[in-house]
Design a protein around this ligand. Structure first.
Ligand SMILES: CC(C)(COP(=O)(O)OP(=O)(O)OC[C@H]1O[C@@H](n2cnc3c(N)ncnc32)[C@H](O)[C@@H]1OP(=O)(O)O)[C@@H](O)C(=O)NCCC(=O)NCCS
Length: 215
């Protein structure tokens, strides 16, 4: 058997087009990005008035827009991917977290994770703990063009342990019950109960989510 000496390491690093070495560099690049983005985000958050919980990490810098007298609050140990390739699905844009009117609220609990997600609150968007949101999903509690549609913003509430797949749209007034899964590319137009799997446009329940455990 080969010992793990220099020759072993050399062979390992140079086999398969040096893929180990390339892999190592990419991981280090992501680590550097996390450190640099963390410093930049802390500075921006302080200027813009965004509250960020301890141990939250950022791969790339999200775009924060906080309307006067509105609240953006991010819980502890959350993770945001805004750099296009740090989520290997590929992100269309960085995370955008925006309160659009005076008094609007965006609040998220602990351990939330998201990639290239847009959160736009005219009124209120609340995420519980352990909410996972897939790449390029849009969550907006208003229609954005009130001159065209005389509708009002309605709060969106997403409960603990919900997993939302990539490219979903969550519309105004929606409540998603705890532990539920929303399939990729879904458009959520009606409330979703807890412990279910729901998919499609419009998003409908197709089954139960059982034996929920979080590692
Ligand atoms: C919702 C999901 C978790 C369900 O996975 P699953 O339990 O293995 O479900 P299945 O693949 O057995 O599909 C069950 C049924 O739902 C349908 N379905 C599954 N996902 C769907 C979706 N996103 N949209 C529409 N229909 C869907 C399937 O076609 C199948 O229909 P059928 O019973 O008529 O054949 C999965 O399909 C999904 O969308 N994952 C999200 C992945 C993602 O976006 N990750 C984020 C990375 S950033």
């Amino acid at each position: 058997m080969q010992t793990k000496g220099f020759k072993y390491r050399y062979n390992q690093l140079t086999e398969d087009n040096c893929s180990w070495l390339v892999h190592w560099f990419i991981r280090k690049r992501h680590e550097c990005l996390r450190i640099v983005s963390g410093v930049r985000v802390k500075l921006i958050a302080r200027i813009v008035g965004v509250q960020i919980g301890r141990d939250s990490v950022f791969y790339g810098v999200p775009y924060f827009f906080r309307a006067p007298k509105s609240t953006i609050s991010i819980g502890k140990n959350c993770a945001f991917r805004s750099d296009k390739t740090t989520n290997l699905i590929g992100l269309n844009h960085k995370c955008i977290i925006a309160t659009r009117t005076e008094g609007a609220i965006i609040k998220m609990g602990t351990n939330c994770r998201m990639s290239g997600v847009s959160l736009g609150a005219w009124k209120e968007i609340r995420l519980g703990n352990n909410v996972l949101i897939g790449a390029n999903t849009i969550i907006i509690d208003g229609d954005g063009h009130n001159d065209r549609n005389n509708s009002h913003a309605k709060a969106i509430i997403i409960h603990d342990n919900v997993w939302i797949g990539a490219n979903c749209t969550i519309l105004k007034g929606i409540e998603i019950g705890k532990n539920s899964i929303i399939g990729a590319n879904s458009v959520v137009t009606k409330n979703i109960p807890e412990n279910v799997i729901a998919v499609g446009n419009p998003c409908l329940v197709i089954g139960k989510r059982i034996n929920f455990t979080r590692s």
